[in-house]
Design a protein around this ligand. Structure first.
Ligand code: PLP
Length: 397
């Protein structure tokens, strides 16, 4: 049995209290159900469970598991969705969604400026099963409108985008999707339900890499798909049950606890990032700062309308290209050089030579990923110390 969810609770309260299962021993904290299977009282009960799999009955941990289910129900409540399926990684969530809603001959409409592995999946793996892809300029609703085809079966966006922090107008795009009956999926990894609610803006699916802010301390890899009871709770559950890209109970337990502190962490990440962005914007060695919380961001008005704050990630171009960028990165002491983000510790990356290193130089230039671009996922260190570190490193670069 799971404690009821009060519809009046805020996202922060849902993160702390929603879907806390009642256990036989009345544990206050969620126990980890480290078991691969569950027993039946009789052969007849086993047969009935297999014949008509109920997502709420426990059979085998590839299908359902109490710890994974607690995480799924709590995240669904926070995103305002009916159902959630947890996956082994964020990429598993994206691939699962694509294969669950599309088949050979279908078309996927998406934007430039996606996470690197997402582009690899769309270009190298979906093409193998005969699914075609069109990329449009994410900020241009007319380009989206013109991108639909008769066989378009999914629209996929990431907003804000990695690493240039460009936005898609979720409500505007959702209206275009609804007139054609095509579902819209939003990768909400950068903002989480604390700062942006894609389903309330008209999206049909929310994708998460739980690896990032939901964990919050860079420990586990995981992902999730949130949406309605039919498409997520039944169709995608059916794919998960058989194809098996499931989340481990241990990881679900880490993410479940992460949701309890998500509100305070996201607010602090966003406050610190705002201070860093304001400071970078006036630095003589910095050309451009990409941060949706700054009034000079080209889509500032849209950011104000669809997200609560600018979020925790800032990218910027240093003058002098790759050499200066690399010298700056090497000179920082409070920034870990690593690809992860959403960690309590600030992380720094050079997208052109890492996350976006495998795409061609022309494609990179077209996407605006310059050699001087640096991305910082601002952590929970005191921003005074962080800015002092960035200042020293920029001076040395
Ligand atoms: C990291 C990331 C992913 C992929 O998630 P994994 O958990 O690493 O598989 C997808 N989308 C975005 C925006 C990401 O940052």
């Amino acid at each position: 049995m799971t404690l009821p969810i009060d519809p009046d609770w805020s996202t922060a309260t849902l993160g702390v209290r929603a879907a806390a299962p009642e256990t036989l021993s009345r544990d206050h904290s969620l126990p980890i159900a480290l078991t691969s299977s569950f027993t039946f009282e009789s052969a007849a009960q086993a047969a009935a469970s297999f014949a008509d799999p109920d997502p709420d009955a426990f059979i085998y941990s590839r299908f359902t598991n109490p710890t994974v289910q607690a995480f799924e129900q709590r995240l669904a409540a926070m995103e305002g969705g009916e159902s959630c399926i947890a996956t082994a990684s964020g990429m598993a969530a994206i691939f699962t969604l694509c294969l669950a809603v599309m088949k050979t001959g279908d078309h996927l409409l998406t934007s430039r400026g996606l996470f690197g592995s997402t582009t690899q999946v769309f270009n190298n793996w979906l093409s193998r099963v005969g699914i075609s892809v069109t990329y449009v300029d994410m900020a241009d609703l007319q380009a989206w409108d013109a991108g639909f085809r008769d066989n378009t079966r999914l629209v996929f966006v990431e907003t804000p985008s990695n690493p240039l922090m460009q936005l898609v107008d979720i409500a505007g795009l959702s209206a275009l999707c609804k007139t054609r009956g095509v579902p819209l999926a939003v990768d909400n990894c950068f903002l989480t339900p604390i700062l942006q609610k894609p389903l309330a803006l008209g999206a049909d699916f929310v994708i998460h890499s739980a690896t990032k802010y939901l964990d919050g301390q860079g420990r586990c890899v995981g992902g999730a798909i949130v949406g309605d009871a039919q498409r997520v709770g039944k169709d995608i559950f059916g794919f998960m049950r058989n194809c098996g890209p499931c989340m481990s109970p241990f990881n679900a337990w880490v993410f479940f606890k992460g949701l309890e502190t998500l509100k305070v962490r996201m607010d602090a990440h966003a406050r610190h990032a705002n201070e860093v962005a304001l400071w970078l914007a006036q630095h003589p060695k910095v050309d451009t700062v990409h941060f949706p919380g700054l009034p000079q961001h080209p889509q500032y008005a849209l950011a104000q309308a669809q997200q609560r704050t600018g979020g925790g990630i800032v990218s910027f171009e240093v003058k002098g290209g790759r050499d200066t960028a690399w010298r700056f990165i090497d000179a920082t002491r409070l920034c870990s050089i690593t690809a992860n983000l959403g960690d309590a510790r600030t992380t720094v990356t050079h997208p052109a030579s890492t996350t976006h290193g495998r795409i061609s130089a022309e494609a990179r230039a077209a996407a605006g990923i310059t050699e001087g671009l640096v991305r910082i996922a601002v952590g929970l260190e005191d921003p005074v110390d962080l800015i002092a570190d960035l200042d020293r490193a920029l001076g040395g670069a």
